[in-house]
Design a protein around this ligand. Structure first.
Ligand SMILES: [Fe+2]
Length: 134
């Protein structure tokens, strides 16, 4: 389905721990896309938001630890992006709780979660991966 994030080998950042966490995140983002697209019961949708948020925090913490340990020069900038993403997910969940799975919400989940994450992996995390391998 075109809606879904699909993992391909060119998304690898070359660091096994990060790659496997990215795959898990793709799955959890896809679950959120399904739950909201299919307008599932609000309890299910909320659980799916929580399930995604929990893993996002786990994954960003792991990346941030690697950046700090290796003194990655772009770590501040990278962490700001992470924090913005976390905030966006909370905001979208709030919106969902207020208004339900509106077309605007679905569009925002697509652009601010799915596409954002794909872009982040392709640009920022690949740069981080290059640095960690060097
Ligand atoms: Fe990142």
């Amino acid at each position: 389905m075109g809606m879904h994030l699909e993992w391909t080998s060119n998304l690898s950042v070359g660091v096994q721990e990060i790659d496997s966490q990215h795959r898990e995140l793709f799955k959890r983002i896809n679950s959120l896309l399904d739950a909201t697209n299919e307008d599932m019961e609000s309890e299910v949708v909320n659980d799916t938001f929580d399930f995604l948020q929990e893993y996002v925090l786990h994954h960003f913490t792991a990346e941030q630890n690697l950046m700090l340990t290796r003194k990655y020069p772009q770590s501040d900038e990278h962490m700001l992006l992470h924090n913005g993403f976390i905030r966006d997910i909370y905001r979208l969940q709030d919106k969902y709780e207020k208004d339900g799975a509106t077309p605007e919400l679905l569009e925002a989940i697509k652009s601010r979660i799915s596409e954002w994450f794909l872009e982040h992996v392709t640009v920022r995390d690949k740069a981080l991966g290059e640095f960690l391998k060097s």
